[in-house]
Design a protein around this ligand. Structure first.
Ligand code: MSP
Length: 588
């Protein structure tokens, strides 16, 4: 069963007269892009996802990072239509993990990455992700940015040569200390193995020459930054975790190993001035957020700002919090660059309550999921179940189906019910003057009429819907925003069932019809960031002009519904009550 239809990029909305920006068929007219009222170039709102390791094909967790970022990027465009949104994603192609995966398949690293990187690019396109830039870390521009960043750190005396002895995990691409590992027995071979306590990934001991970054010098500064910016890491438990780590007097923040001998790691950017070392893949990867703004900026910080720096919103999974909340900000402080404003950290999707892994064979395929549930079906499920970000959630087809039934019924069927032939016939009997929305929502319209009271309550709820959904999304509360939208739809459906507009007096039919269309218009606008193609279909069917789809139009009575055409918003089953079906006969 399919939820929604597969959407091609050009179906994102009318683009006539609009300039296409990056891979996203933009929403704002070219003339207002990037210019503030004073004619000064406006800093773009800059959103990033992690860049994905192309050592294996994408899974549902990767799509989750992308969809979360996309919801918030789309929301930003709707609330600030004059500010461009710069939205970066891409693939993280260097490092031991990739080197090993490529060699295992007898392929050159670049050739190996070409194929899988393309799969990530396709995933983003297929899922209607509105990114404006897809970077591969093997691009020359990125190579230059990494080399420049290294030189800058070196010039400031923040890099030194040392030896490193510790436990390295190829899977996690990082070193662990003795306190962070566990000795255990391999369940299949019974041989002793050593794993990271936190991630369970296999580690092996190595002692080698390395360059180090003076991370320890930035601990106090980082702590002050986070204490002064309590909403910079969200949700709160992740913020608390970082503040705890930084303030833990016993736990030294050790200097960070930032290179590996080239004899071990060949696949990466070489250390400038010492070709026997390769730059550590995380330094390489984190620099991508700067590369995405045109770093190294030829004209200094102002050019960086034009390119979007600092990032306004970074989306990451909880497994990579330390890299984004400690290592990267420390490097930025070292370079005297402003820090990203908000880091949104999400928990993980499990499958059958277990961590997804190839060996367990429980990895959910995002493309298959979109084939089954439709693009918006998957996006909706991710937002509804995964939109609180704090706790791990389980991916299950049964649950997906259950949640999709909810929106198919409350939105899809609701729309078909209100546009039925029976209601249209009743409406033709309505005589002038026709009440306005504000008259309908006032308690003086049909006073004492119990059935109309249901409509009035819906209108009262609609009055605040746009602004409360906005506050939720501004606070990065995606699931909570959906809760409100769904609550409103439930109330509107209940009102329709109580008022029975297909069998009522034309005055009530008209009141119900107008209330329901206004519900659909406002809900359709609010759902745009989450299920963009279904919302577009709905707004098109309501005849809402493209210029009347930004957030300011979510106010009651602020937009005009015209030439309503009843269409199926979702493919698949339509559930219509028996009595209603009998009366309705045909569909409009
Ligand atoms: N390449 C690094 C990121 C570098 S960013 C400068 C990396 N890549 S990854 O491919 O392993 O993961 C990318 C994103 O997918 C991370 O945000 C990670 O948390 C997310 N997910 C991977 N598995 C996941 C789940 N099972 N569930 C949800 N998201 C998870 O880390």
């Amino acid at each position: 069963m399919v939820f929604g239809r597969v959407l091609r990029p050009q179906a994102l909305g009318p683009t006539r007269g609009l300039q296409v920006h990056g891979s996203y068929g933009g929403l704002y007219p070219a003339h207002c892009r990037a210019m503030s009222m004073h004619g000064k170039t406006m800093k773009p709102y800059y959103v990033t996802t992690p860049i994905f390791y192309p050592n294996a094909v994408p899974h549902i967790g990767h799509l989750y990072s992308l969809v979360t970022a996309d919801i918030l990027a789309r929301f930003q465009r709707l609330t600030h239509p004059h500010q461009p949104v710069h939205f970066l994603t891409g693939t993280d192609e260097h490092g031991l993990k990739i080197q090993k995966a490529a060699r295992d398949q007898g392929l050159g690293e670049k050739e190996f990455c070409d194929g899988i990187s393309e799969r990530f690019r396709y995933l983003a396109k297929r899922a209607d992700i509105s990114h404006t830039r897809f970077i591969r870390t093997t691009e020359k521009a990125h190579h230059d940015a990494v080399t420049h960043l290294w030189r800058e750190l070196d010039a400031r005396g923040l890099i030194y040569k040392d030896t490193y002895a510790g436990w390295y995990s190829v899977t996690d691409e990082c070193f662990y200390t003795e306190a962070q590992i566990t000795r255990t027995n391999d369940p299949t071979t019974s041989h002793e193995i050593v794993v990271s306590t936190e991630t369970g990934s296999l580690v092996s001991y190595s002692s080698e020459e390395t360059y180090k970054f003076r991370l320890s010098a930035f601990r106090t500064q980082l702590l002050h930054h986070f204490l002064a910016n309590p909403s910079s890491i969200q949700p709160k438990p992740y913020y608390d975790q970082i503040v705890r780590q930084l303030s833990d007097e016993d736990g030294e923040l050790e200097d960070l190993s930032i290179s590996r001998p080239r004899s071990r790691l060949e696949w990466g950017v070489l250390v400038p001035g010492d070709e026997t070392h390769t730059i550590y893949v995380w330094i390489d990867a984190l620099t991508v957020y700067l590369t995405g703004t045109g770093y190294p900026w030829a004209d200094g910080r102002e050019a960086g700002e034009k390119g979007g720096w600092p990032a306004d919103l970074q989306i990451i999974g909880k497994d990579i919090l330390r890299f984004h909340a400690i290592y990267f900000p420390a490097i930025l402080l070292a370079l005297s660059l402003p820090l990203p404003k908000t880091l949104l950290t999400h928990a993980h999707w499990t499958s059958n309550q277990k961590k997804m892994s190839k060996s367990l064979g429980n990895v959910a395929d995002p493309i298959e999921a979109m084939d089954t549930f439709g693009i918006d079906g998957v996006r909706y499920y991710m937002a509804r179940v995964g939109g609180r970000f704090q706790n791990d959630v389980d991916w299950s087809s049964k649950q997906a189906e259950k949640h999709l039934d909810e929106i198919r019924s409350l939105l899809g069927n609701f729309f078909l019910r209100i546009t039925s032939q029976a209601i249209r016939s009743k409406l033709s009997l309505m005589t002038d003057p026709r009440p306005t929305l504000s008259e309908l929502s006032s308690s003086t319209y049909l006073p004492g009429d119990i059935t109309h009271e249901h409509n009035r309550q819906v209108l009262v709820m609609l009055e605040n819907l746009g602004s409360s959904v906005r506050s939720n999304l501004e606070c990065l509360e995606v699931a909570e925003a959906l809760d409100q939208i769904m609550l409103c739809l439930k109330q509107a459906n209940a009102a329709m069932t109580s008022t029975r507009p297909w069998a009522s007096d034309p005055t009530i039919t008209y009141a119900s019809y107008t209330t329901s269309l206004e519900t659909l218009r406002i809900v359709g606008l609010c759902l745009q960031p989450i299920i963009p193609s279904t919302s577009n279909k709905l707004l098109d069917a309501l005849g809402i002009r493209s210029g009347e789809r930004t957030w300011e139009f979510t106010k009651l009575g602020r937009g005009k519904v015209e030439n309503v055409k009843g269409v199926a918003l979702f493919e698949g089953k339509q559930i219509v009550a028996k009595e209603e079906r009998k009366i309705q006969g045909g569909r409009g």
